[in-house]
Structure formats: C-alpha cells, structure tokens
Design a binder for this molecule. Structure first.
Ligand SMILES: [Mn+2]
Length: 354
C-alpha cells in the first residue's frame, strides 16, 4: 500500500532567503530602457503571466518594453492581458521583429533558460549584441547563454520570482500586475496542489490576494470555462486511458483526428495530462499528443517521489522533477513502447524493494 505523507518530511522545504533576487540582476532591470521581453515557445500561464507583469512593472519604472511571444497562449489565460501587451509572432520573425531587436537595449527571457525553448526567436537572440538576461525555475538550462541568469529550480513558478524582483525594485503591485502573477503561480502549481506548492507559492498568492485578486473568479475563468467540445475530447482521452504496472503508469494518446472530429484546438488541451492523474495507483502519468503525422508532444507527470525529468531528458526534453516534457518522432506504436519502457525503468530504479 502506498504510504501517504501529509507533512513534508524535514519541515518547510524553502527558506525565504533563497528567493531574493541577486543585486546584479536587479541592476540590469533598473537600467534597461527598451527591454524586449520574451518567454518560451507554446507559452503557458506562467510564461504569459510573468511576461505581462514584467511588461507593466518595467513600464511603471519608466521603460518602454515590448513583449513578443512565439505562439498564442492558451485561451483560458488570455484574460490576464486585457491590454494585449503581448504580441504574438505569426510564423517566422519579419522585418518588424528585427526592428524590435534593433530598438531594444536588453532581452529579458522569462520561464525558460533553454535555448531550444526560444523557438523561432532563437536566431535573433543568438546573434544579438544586446544583453540577454533571464528569470527561470527549470532544471538544466543553458546558463552560459545569458549575461545574467536568475534561475531558482526550487521555485514554484517564474511568476513569484518576478513578484520578488518587482518588489525589490519598489514597483507598486497594481491589479494589472497582481492578476497575471497570481495566474502564473496558480497554474504552475496546479492550483496550489503540486509538490512545488511550497510556502513561497502561498506567500506570493497571499500578497496578490491582498492586492485584490479574486481566486474564485480566476479559478472559474481558467478551470471552469471549457467548451462542451473540449470536455468531450477530454472524455474520449479518459475513456481510452491505458495503464501498465498495475496502474502505476497511466497514459493516454490524443490524435489529430480526434481534435478535428471534436473541433478542438491544441491550445485548449492544457490540463489534459493532469486529468489522467486521477487514477489512485498512478505514480507516473504521461500524455502523448500527435502534433502532425509522425510528430508527437509528450507531457510527463509524477505524483510521488519519482523524478520523471530523466525520462524527458533521455528523449531530448526537459522540465522539472514532477512535470517534464519532450517531443518524439516515429510511429505511435514505437513512441508509446519507448515511453512505457523508459517510465517502467524509472519506476523500478526508484523502488527500494526491487
Ligand atoms: Mn513556469
């Protein structure tokens, strides 16, 4: 029987001191006048929220930022950018985007420190003479790529780090900043329930609620606003759920044909992988999404003590100990087989009785 621990062994997992922004980093933020703010490909709530909050925060300090995303963020979090400060690149960067780089004095990368996660913007950033700084909380990034990188892998999200930076810069946390930051922390912690929901997450949330954020309204907007079509597609995924190792490994596959049949966009599938984790015995959960014929996006989650980061890393991906992802090419059968084998090995490696 699986033992459940309701108290973190060893007491609080984070000390507030670990989250103080480095002075050298703050200095760069203080000095920039025309920052170009970017985040990772397929931005999530944390990427968008961090970027929008940073945009408003630096504007309050007198800078003229520009925020550029490689892809459209999930529709469910679009409400955190009512002014539309985040511009979305539609296809390859054009002359306008090259001008944006020429006009900027600093590039600020949020919620990733991996070059590959910059997508179509990488060639522009790779060749720029501008200072590149970043705030992140992922494992194993390309630190050498940055002039100044503030990466805290133990941080629940990038959003709470942005809050800490803005506080240190004495920026007033208005509702245009508080709401996106709350969404950043809330989404990256699975609404304050994943293992990264540390004291830092709750303390950040507490400050933002004090600034007027209404958690019930935010929860409804993100998690209770699905279309009937998306809910049916999720039903299809759950109905075809598969399991291995007595239910310890649970996984599902979502095919292009299903999205077409149910008329659902990729962006609407946020949270599908977590729904698979409802199975009680599940320790490792993964979702395979067919992007195009032979190309798949894999999201991995761990519900227990097992780190699934090595599994993602083995296939060229990355992320965190409890939430990671990778991309694979091949036939559906091959991909599922190699993922089941890799997760099975990871399960065995972390089982002390084997
Ligand atoms: Mn994040």
């Amino acid at each position: 029987m699986r033992k459940r621990n309701f108290v973190n062994a060893g007491g609080p997992v984070d000390s507030t001191d670990d989250f103080s922004p480095p002075e050298a980093f703050l200095e760069k933020l203080r000095l920039c006048r025309a920052p170009l703010i970017i985040a990772h490909i397929y931005p999530d709530g944390d990427a968008l929220g961090s970027a929008v909050a940073m945009h408003h925060g630096l504007t309050a300090l007198g800078a003229t930022p520009r925020t550029l995303l490689t892809h459209r963020p999930p529709e469910t979090v679009g409400f955190i950018d009512p002014d539309g400060v985040a511009e979305v690149l539609d296809g390859e960067p054009d002359a306008g985007h090259q001008d944006a780089f020429r006009a900027a004095d600093t590039v600020i990368v949020l919620d990733t420190s991996e070059k590959e996660r910059l997508g179509r913007l990488l060639p522009l950033i790779d060749t720029t003479a501008l200072e590149v700084i970043g705030i992140d909380h992922h494992l194993g990034g390309d630190a050498a790529f940055f002039d100044e990188l503030w990466c805290v892998p133990g941080s629940p999200s990038t959003g709470n780090l942005v809050l800490r930076a803005l506080e240190a810069l004495e920026v007033e946390i208005t509702d245009r900043i508080a709401l996106p930051l709350f969404v950043a922390v809330a989404t990256d912690t699975g609404w304050f329930r994943f293992s990264n929901s540390s004291q830092e997450a709750y303390s950040c949330a507490s400050k933002l609620v004090a600034r007027g954020v209404d958690p019930e309204a935010v929860h409804r907007a993100i998690f209770e606003s699905a279309s009937p079509a998306r809910t049916r597609l999720l039903g299809r995924l759950l109905a075809d759920l598969r399991s291995e190792e007595g239910g310890k490994i649970v996984f599902g596959i979502s095919r292009m044909a299903d999205r077409v049949l149910f008329d659902v966009e990729m962006e609407e599938m946020d949270g599908f992988v977590d729904a698979l984790g409802q199975v009680g015995e599940a320790e490792i959960v993964f979702l395979v999404v067919e992007l195009s014929p032979g190309r798949y996006k894999v999201s991995l989650r761990s519900k227990g003590q097992i780190s699934i980061h090595p599994v993602a890393a083995r296939f060229g991906g990355g992320g965190h100990a409890k939430a990671a992802g990778c991309r694979l090419e091949g036939s559906e059968e091959e991909i599922l087989e190699s993922l089941v084998e890799a997760t099975r090995e990871q399960l065995a490696a972390s089982d002390p009785s084997s």
